[in-house]
Design a binder for this molecule. Structure first.
Ligand SMILES: [Zn+2]
Length: 112
């Protein structure tokens, strides 16, 4: 929930709650839009059909909520997100400059 609200605040830094926070450059923006549009539409398709979704189905409401629920998954369930949607994980990893899936791995070296 904290991550969810945090994502909305970041999103609105550029004045628009549209699921796209201010990004470093045009390349990052182009990749962001491509990946988020695809994953947003995938989530919306599944949610409309009443299927179980990996991301919170609330994210199908609009792009701003999509970014918020994707951010929640990124920090709360990083391994699962990486497995489910690696492109989405990677753009969030680049944006937040964090690699929570890698960090959890390093914290548990004997888990095998
Ligand atoms: Zn929200």
């Amino acid at each position: 929930m904290v991550y969810h609200e945090f994502a909305h605040k970041l999103d609105m830094l550029d004045g628009a709650a549209d699921g796209t926070p201010p990004l470093a450059d045009r390349d990052q923006l182009a990749e962001w839009v491509a990946v988020c549009s695809r994953e947003f539409l995938r989530l919306r398709r599944l949610a409309e059909k009443g299927h179980k979704t990996f991301l919170d189905a609330y994210g199908a409401k609009n792009e701003a909520e999509f970014f918020a629920v994707a951010t929640e998954a990124f920090f709360d369930r990083p391994h699962a997100l990486l497995g489910h949607a690696p492109d989405l994980y990677n753009i969030l990893s680049a944006y937040y400059r964090q690699d929570p899936a890698g960090r959890v791995n390093r914290a548990c070296p004997v888990k095998e």
